[in-house]
Design a protein around this ligand. Structure first.
Ligand SMILES: Cc1cc2nc3c(=O)[nH]c(=O)nc-3n(C[C@H](O)[C@H](O)[C@H](O)COP(=O)(O)OP(=O)(O)OC[C@H]3O[C@@H](n4cnc5c(N)ncnc54)[C@H](O)[C@@H]3O)c2cc1C
Length: 385
């Protein structure tokens, strides 16, 4: 299990207190506030673009709340390539994708953003007073003065194995994501897949679950070499039951999954289990966003790039990979730039008549919403006469 994944997921603790939830993901405490959420700027998508928008909005004293369909922040970086180095982030000759997300989370902590994680924004309504209401698939209602869609390539939909009755066991023992590893404590689990997710979760859950069986249709795995070696080591120690080449072809149970049917080199047999976790990768889908009355071209939202990345609906912006305009580049640093200009526009929209004067953080410092203040030591900043 990668340290990065552990950082995010190993320590997921949920403290319930009345209707408020605190989600502790690794070292970051994230406020998950259910019921009606009110904020200045609602950001749909907690990838790098959405996260950096919180910082830029914070400098302008705008409160932010983020919604993400995934159970953790970071978008593609966390979900698809947390251990890969990125070489084109200004000022970082090389940074691991997961580390960049950690740093963004650290940078925005002072602005105390709220998070609705593991929920998909499905409806967007513009209200009569010009504000917006966004409702998720779980019914959480968000109310905001402006909307920034930072939805990247869309929500990640799991690739599901072709097992006839699999839908009958969804939320009844079949999980396509590992949202909370604690669910599997002292349970028998079967993971299927040959990539990094299948390997990483098998390694991690080997110390949590009662038993872990990893099934893959080939003898070779596609994941990182160190993960493959670790799985081999855990197999030798009897902590992972490796079944290859094999496929899961059926599921059995009543109210909950009780067994899977495995086909291995011509033999068909049942294996008892409490959970079946097929990890066959994710495909992005723009999904509900495409039905919000926004101009869409080539599966992306058309924005006014000459000004502020606003869409055809006033007050609704689209930044990062989710937007399109002439010359668009789907790069992290482009998302950061778009987030910065978008926040200026939101500020002007919410503060008509107030003139915004651009201030350098080196000169003005940064005042967090948590009462913190960061500023350069006076001696460090030379005055220009
Ligand atoms: C393997 C790989 C390597 C890459 N390497 C580089 C690189 O070296 N340099 C570089 O600059 N870029 C790189 N990229 C591209 C980079 O990852 C993207 O440009 C970047 O992730 C875009 O960030 P984003 O925040 O706009 O979108 P994303 O990272 O895609 O995040 C969008 C988030 O929005 C969420 N979302 C979408 N719709 C909804 C909804 N309706 N409700 C709730 N949540 C929603 C998604 O769950 C997702 O978490 C790479 C991409 C890949 C796949």
């Amino acid at each position: 299990m990668s340290l990065l994944l552990q950082g995010y997921l190993a320590k997921i603790l949920i403290f319930a207190k009345y209707e408020k939830f605190l989600l502790v993901i690794g070292k970051f405490t994230i406020k998950n506030t259910y019921l009606m959420i009110t904020t200045d700027l609602l950001i749909i998508g907690a990838g790098p673009t959405g996260l950096f928008a919180v910082f830029e909005a914070g400098l302008l004293k705008l409160k932010c709340h983020l919604i993400d369909a995934l159970p953790q922040p970071g978008g593609q970086l966390t979900e698809l390539y947390p251990k890969k180095p990125i070489f084109d982030i200004p000022g970082y000759p090389s940074v691991l994708a997961g580390e960049l997300v950690d740093n963004l989370m650290e940078q925005i902590k002072q602005f105390q953003p709220g998070f609705t994680l593991g929920e998909t924004a499905v409806t967007l309504n513009k209200l009569e007073d010009g504000t917006f209401e966004v409702i998720t698939n779980k019914g959480t209602v968000h109310h905001a003065k402006a909307i920034a869609i930072a939805g990247g390539l869309g929500t990640f939909e799991p690739r599901k194995p072709l097992i006839e009755n699999i839908a009958d066991f969804e939320e009844k023992g079949v999980d396509y994501f590992v949202k909370n590893p604690e669910v599997y404590r002292d349970k028998r689990i079967v993971i299927a897949g040959g990539g990094d997710s299948a390997l990483d979760w098998s390694i991690f859950l080997a110390n949590v679950a009662k038993s872990v069986t990893l099934i893959h249709r080939r003898n070779e795995f596609r994941g990182a070499l160190d993960s493959v070696e670790k799985v081999q080591e855990l197999k030798n120690q009897g902590k992972i039951n490796l079944v290859t080449p094999a496929e899961v072809i059926g599921l059995k149970g009543n109210d909950h999954i009780e067994a899977i049917t495995v086909e291995q080199e011509g033999n068909v047999y049942d294996l008892e289990t409490d959970y079946f976790i097929p990890l066959f990768g994710l495909t992005p889908k723009l999904g509900a966003i495409a039905n919000w009355g926004l101009n869409i071209e080539k599966n992306a939202i058309v924005v006014n790039n000459a000004l502020d990345y606003q869409t055809n609906v006033e007050g609704v912006y689209a930044i990062g990979d989710v937007n399109t305009y002439p010359g668009k580049l789907k790069l992290i640093l482009c998302g950061f730039h778009e987030a910065t200009l978008m926040c200026q526009s939101v500020y002007n929209r919410l503060n008509p008549g107030k003139k915004y004067v651009l201030k350098y953080t080196t000169v003005s410092g940064v005042d967090g919403f948590d009462g913190s203040r960061k500023e350069a030591e006076k001696a460090v900043v030379k005055k220009i006469d």
